[in-house]
Design a protein around this ligand. Sequence first.
Ligand code: C2E
Ligand code: MG
Ligand code: MG
Ligand code: MG
Length: 287
Amino acid sequence: AKAEGGRGRWARYDPERAAREATSTALAAALPSALARDEFVVEYQPIVSLGNGGMRAVEALIRWQHPTLGLLSPDQFIGLAEETGLIIRLGQWVLERSCAEAGRWHKEFPRARLMVSVNLSARQVSDPEIVDQVAGALRNSGLPPDLLQLELTESAVMATGGEPVRALRRLASTGVRLAIDDFGTGYSNLAYLRQLPIHTLKLAGPFVDGMRAHDPASVVAERIVDALVRLAHALGLSVTAESVETPEQVERLTALGCDSGQGRHFGTPAAPSAITALLRSAEMPGS
Ligand code: C2E
Ligand code: MG
Ligand code: MG
Ligand code: MG
């Protein structure tokens, strides 16, 4: 077949690509029955206050426990679920599961006021049913609305049919908090940012990644983070740094006024029981 682009090149048969595509097709086809068979699991990663080191929130991150391929990461199937439309039901399942878990944590550890942060895909953000789904998950779980945060990427926000402000206002009307995920990797439409009813910017990993000791390039990365933190604070938003991996990054981010951090340094995504254990030990006197 002639290659796309029409420059007279011919696409060569690429066995690796063919294998990848076959796997994707098979995975996409298996998604609905995987949901029915309860093969998905949610792990939770701590989001920690840089001010006092306390766990403020956990981000819910989906995984697929595939019967033959093992544990699959969301990057391997969320895109497929978006394409097939299954993301609407899968996303609702994550929302229900995460709110139920957080509702239990809130009941057992009310003083922790642990928030759960759930990722929404572009299709979910544009779905008119999303507000009812969020309200339903809150109702079913008894989780106070301000203990649920929804993470939306900039592209998901901009994909809302030219009505991002209205779409996000409807979401915010449920009382939940809204965060922009991977901030700085998308459109970064600063004009919109000012109008959107959001609470938090999650600073994309690559910015934090660039902050390394003894690396001259890190000066630039640090200036960008500094500017973004100032921008966020000027707009009344809090900032969460993603992919925090080293004590040096914690020190620099804290010095720049970043509010909270998430990453390997604080803890990797874990089963609910591990979060329960963290909440329990935080409650013990002297900790
Ligand atoms: P994200 O929302 O930006 O989530 C953060 C990703 O960074 C997670 O990858 C997390 O495991 C990873 N991470 C954590 N600590 C570190 C660190 O120290 N260094 C680095 N380099 N990475 C770290 P994960 O779990 O593979 O998820 C990938 C993406 O899949 C997420 O990115 C999110 O966009 C999407 N995703 C996950 N769960 C859901 C879901 O339930 N619904 C939707 N729509 N998307 C989801
Ligand atoms: Mg996220
Ligand atoms: Mg992110
Ligand atoms: Mg991401």
